[in-house]
Design a protein around this ligand. Structure first.
Ligand code: GLP
Length: 244
């Protein structure tokens, strides 16, 4: 793992956006694996600015998002479909037909997940997978467990994730209890992983991910075994890590 120290959230966002734009410049028809949550929003905003200046072009890029809440329609403002359009896709020149998010509106979990796996595999897996990290070390919606997951599957969200994500909903009861998520194995197939973290709430998870044992009780710890994984984290998120 390569750990890049950022000063704060905006520095982390700029550094992450630089790495993503380098990928798009090097391979204009690349496949990007994308993430939702508060953490990537600053990187998306920076990429939008560079797109507006003409510095980066998304015309040939295709994208596969990590996850989606089960039971939300694509135009539900809480859905990750909506989030991606609102925070990124509607502001750049990407072809929406080339953007993909698991279909949370399909109640048939088995069908929705196997179809998504088929599409990600047919695309040849992401050249670069952007990840955030949950307070409990989850990636995508792969929650702490007694084994690492494989392909896209339906998960029951943990109480701590429901509570953490409830800040984006009116009430905690409104947070869906299940989600479809790319599995850990699928995430590991990406040729490069870029995981970003900001703030004190992530400090323990970042320490466990980078310096703890590789264990499914901290799903992000598997990234220690990836041959091309870059962590960009700010001072607060790195505050429990040994000084290097
Ligand atoms: C959600 C998403 C993850 C994200 C995590 C952290 O559970 N499924 O992909 O990394 O939250 O979110 P945030 O960046 O808002 O802290």
């Amino acid at each position: 793992m390569k750990i890049i120290h950022a000063k704060d959230y905006s520095d982390m966002s700029r550094k992450a956006a630089n790495i993503i734009s380098a990928q798009v410049i090097l391979k204009p028809d690349c496949v990007l694996g994308l993430a939702t949550g508060s953490t990537p929003i600053g990187a998306y905003q920076q990429l939008i600015k560079w797109y507006e200046k003409g510095d980066v072009d998304f015309e040939q890029v295709s994208t596969y998002n990590l996850d989606e809440y089960r039971g939300l329609s694509h135009d539900d403002p809480q859905s990750y479909h909506f989030f991606m359009r609102d925070n990124f896709f509607d502001h750049i020149n990407i072809d929406l037909a080339n953007t993909h998010v698991p279909d949370g509106s399909n109640p048939d979990a088995e069908a929705a997940c196997s179809e998504y796996d088929r599409m990600v595999a047919a695309a040849g897996y992401p050249d670069l997978q952007l990840l955030g990290i949950g307070n409990n070390g989850h990636i995508g919606f792969n929650e702490p467990d007694d084994h690492f997951s494989a392909g896209t599957h339906c998960v029951d969200l943990t109480e701590s994730t429901i509570e953490a994500n409830s800040r984006l909903f009116d009430k905690a009861e409104d947070v869906p209890r299940q989600a479809y998520t790319m599995g850990t194995q699928t995430i590991m197939y990406a040729r490069m992983i870029l995981i970003i973290a900001s703030g004190k709430a992530k400090a323990q998870a970042v320490r466990d991910m980078c310096y703890g044992p590789v264990t499914p009780t901290c799903p992000a710890s598997i990234l220690q075994l990836h041959t091309n994984c870059v962590v960009v984290a700010d001072e607060e998120a790195l505050s429990l890590c040994p000084a290097e």
